[in-house]
Write a protein that binds this ligand. Structure first.
Ligand SMILES: C[S@@+](CC[C@H](N)C(=O)[O-])C[C@H]1O[C@@H](n2cnc3c(N)ncnc32)[C@H](O)[C@@H]1O
Length: 235
């Protein structure tokens, strides 16, 4: 997005909410880009101990609980890589929608499980397939469902969607895409090779070892669909 925080034409927002802010990277960028705005970063985890612009404040909360903000009190509400993890995604989306001012923007970004190709990396293929099936069995939403979900809210006429296919282990001349793909490669590897007992049964120690053995040695490629949705609430 060329260093911008969104594809949306944000004009002078006064209050910005980042939901499930994680490392705070997006919220910090938002605070720098709009120094006149108050940016609020919320997450169930404590905000990392890192320098932040003076117009950024953080708050610890669980999205399952009622949100401690007035209705229609934010010009921008952003949620990235969070809804896809929540079994209550539709409810959370409805409740964060209530926080967007008329004329304000709802920004959603999520990634779907990758499509992996390889003739040889059998453990990698099976791991990704198990993970995708596990998500389905839990009824977790797909990023591709976000746009229809926003339309179903009924508060938006101006709904925009952009899908980017991120190529992993595939050479690309697009430097930003290559960097993102590399970051994804590192973080997915960290996630898969994490404690097996935190993976709710979709990976065994043997399969995990297979992943580790194949990851850097066998040829495989993946395509990761990332969806950006930006929608302006009816005034
Ligand atoms: C994958 S991270 C995404 C972080 C950040 N949005 C980003 O784009 O880098 C998901 C974040 O959602 C937070 N989260 C997950 N479930 C939550 C909940 N029920 N309430 C509040 N935060 C939650 C996690 O603590 C984590 O920081």
């Amino acid at each position: 997005m060329g260093g911008k925080i969104s594809f949306a034409p944000l004009a002078n927002p006064q209050r910005i909410l980042d939901v499930g802010a994680g490392s705070g990277a997006w919220a910090i960028l938002a605070a720098k880009q709009f120094p006149q705005a108050e940016v609020v970063a919320v997450d169930m985890a404590p905000f990392p101990d890192r320098p932040v612009p003076p117009n950024l404040k953080s708050q610890q909360l669980n999205l399952i609980d009622p949100l401690p903000f007035d209705r229609e009190s934010f010009d921008v509400v952003h949620i990235r890589f969070v809804l896809e993890h929540l079994s209550t995604a539709r409810d959370v989306l409805t409740r964060i929608n209530d926080l967007v001012k008329p004329g304000g923007w709802l920004l959603l970004e999520d990634i779907d499980p990758p499509t992996v190709s390889s003739k040889e990396a059998k453990a990698i293929l099976l791991t990704v397939s198990n993970f995708t099936e596990f998500r389905k069995s839990k009824g977790l939403i797909l990023a591709s469902e976000l746009e229809p979900m926003v339309r179903e809210l009924g508060s938006y006429d101006n709904v925009n969607a952009h899908k980017v296919l991120i190529p992993v282990n595939v050479p690309t001349e697009d430097e930003a895409l290559a960097q993102f793909a590399q970051q994804w490669r590192i973080s997915i590897n960290r996630f898969i090779t994490g404690p097996v007992n935190e993976h709710a049964g979709w990976i065994t120690p043997e399969l995990q070892q297979g992943w580790i053995d194949e990851f850097d040695t066998l040829p495989w490629t993946a395509t990761l669909p990332m969806f950006f949705i930006w929608a302006q609430k009816r005034a």
